[in-house]
Ligand binder design. Structure first.
Ligand code: ADP
Length: 477
């Protein structure tokens, strides 16, 4: 069953349902119709006999009979005569009517197709009796005549159940042809419609496999216009390809940026080595070159460390455990350490609200704050100030690092969070261009956001917004 296509499965499912429903309906219809028809046959029998009751009249003598001028048929009975209307023999609805004398069950007039078989059947006034002759069921209705002179007479009506069956056979015959034809029609129709409905899925899978084989994530699935589930699925696929494409593109960019960033210090080191080895140099020249080599090696080491951290955070973000972090305590102790840097005479102050707790990773949050404060030192002015503020407002936590340093131009503010991006103000700095990108990733990891407000020459404020404890996801076990 698993190998069968969805189209066939749908068709098989509703074919079985349809056939069961049709059979069930047929059974109900035939059963009920049969009941109704048999009742109609019995009603017709009773009606015909009741009608014929008035077709018989008694006349005490022949003279009185002849005076009526309307003699169809007459029979001598007891001391007088019975006058019987012609209609008596009309087999309305195939009902046979016969007139019997009850005392000896003698047939006086009329027709009874099963007179032999019913000879022994006692008369039962106004009752329908049943008798089976040669496998056929007959209904018999007896009516005692009570009018004056007619005492001792019975009218007996006989009708075969086949009279109703005849009509029934027609219904069955028509149904036998019509219903299978309709079922077949709806099976083929359904198979065709299922095929049409599933065509976009087929297209979708074909295009997805084309994209997968060709490896071109820029291609998109196109199944025409529409807004049904399949079009929504195609949109989701396209969005997924878009994201994959972006991710691969970012990966490619990262690899190319990384090799570019590493190449620069590498070529400086190589050039310095070649310069030193070219000929005998003075002690000062050696020292100077070695310092350049040391600086560039440090830069490379920093780059490699940052890149590895970055890769770890991106690839295995879930390997960083989330726990309850007392942010107030963390920020306070970090600021105490970072204030010791006191580079360029810059002083660091911290305003920390007590009891601010979040769910996150201690190591990553420390890294983020360290990156922001390091930048504030690096891009700060001589004898400048850094203010680190932590506060909680309406369930949201805000951690900001404010400096009065060189600031960032408006047009560069949106770019500084990109990997390896370094603004014009820092071209000669010892940074790697990865610090803020890392901080941005860390903010996202915590379900928060990192933003900047800055004015060139006046300073910058970097703010991390974090969800408070109640908004956070539950802690990792
Ligand atoms: P870097 O290692 O170059 O500092 P970052 O990713 O940390 O890289 O920062 C990206 C760029 O943003 C920096 O090169 C610098 O131009 C700018 N920047 C970051 N922090 C500040 C700041 N506090 N003041 C001025 N410019 C800053």
């Amino acid at each position: 069953m698993k190998q069968i296509s969805i189209r066939l499965k749908i068709t098989l499912w509703y074919t079985v349902t349809l056939v069961v429903m049709v059979l069930f309906t047929c059974f109900i219809v035939f059963f009920v119709s049969n009941q109704i028809l048999q009742k109609t046959v019995r009603d017709n029998l009773i009606e015909a006999i009741e009608h014929n009751v008035d077709e018989i009249e008694y006349f005490p003598n022949l003279q009185a009979l002849e005076e009526t001028n309307d003699v169809d048929h007459y029979i001598q009975y007891q001391d007088g005569y019975l006058e019987i209307d012609d209609d008596f023999l009309n087999q309305v609805n195939e009902v046979y009517t016969s007139l019997y004398r009850s005392e000896d069950a003698a047939l006086l007039y009329g027709e009874n197709p099963i007179s032999k078989e019913t000879a022994e059947l006692p008369f039962a006034n106004s009752q329908v009796q049943k008798i089976k002759v040669d496998g056929t069921l007959y209904y018999i209705f007896d009516r005692m005549l009570t009018r004056e002179g007619l005492q001792g007479l019975y009218l007996r009506g006989v009708v075969s159940e086949l009279q109703g069956k005849g009509q029934m056979t027609d219904i069955v015959r028509i149904s036998m042809v019509l219903l299978p034809a309709l079922v077949l029609l709806s099976i083929f129709g359904g198979y065709w419609i299922a095929g049409r409905m599933l065509r976009p899925i087929h297209r979708l899978s074909q295009m997805a496999s084309q994209i997968e084989k060709g490896g071109d994530l820029k291609k998109r699935i196109d199944i025409g216009k529409g807004n049904d589930e399949l079009h929504q699925l195609a949109d989701r696929f396209n969005a997924m390809f878009g994201r994959l494409d972006e991710a691969f593109e970012a990966e490619r960019q990262f690899a190319s940026d990384a090799s570019h960033e590493l190449r620069t210090p590498m070529s400086v080191i190589t050039a310095q080595c070649e310069y030193l080895l070219e000929k005998q140099r003075s002690a000062e020249e050696y020292e100077q070159s070695l310092r350049v080599i040391q600086r560039q090696s440090n830069k490379m080491a920093g780059l490699i460390r940052d890149m590895l951290d970055f890769a770890r955070l991106e690839a295995r973000a879930d390997s960083y455990a989330r726990e309850r972090v007392d942010l107030s305590e963390l920020v306070r102790s970090l600021c105490t350490d970072l204030a010791l840097i006191a580079e360029n005479g810059i002083t660091l102050k911290a305003e920390v609200e007590a009891g601010v707790i979040c769910v996150g990773n201690r190591e990553l949050l420390s890294r983020l704050l360290t990156n922001l404060v390091s930048n504030a030192y690096r891009y700060g002015k001589e004898n400048g100030h850094i203010l680190v503020k932590l506060m909680q407002e309406g369930g949201r936590i805000a951690l900001s690092v404010c400096d009065d340093g060189i600031g960032i131009a408006k047009e560069e503010q949106s770019k500084i969070f990109r990997r390896f991006y370094q603004a014009d103000n820092s071209r000669s700095s010892a940074g790697t261009g990865l610090g803020l990108a890392m901080a941005y990733e860390i903010a996202q990891f915590h379900g928060g956001a990192l933003s900047v407000e800055s004015e060139l020459g006046k300073g910058s404020v970097f703010t991390l917004q974090l969800p408070g404890l109640e908004d956070n996801a539950p802690e990792n076990p």
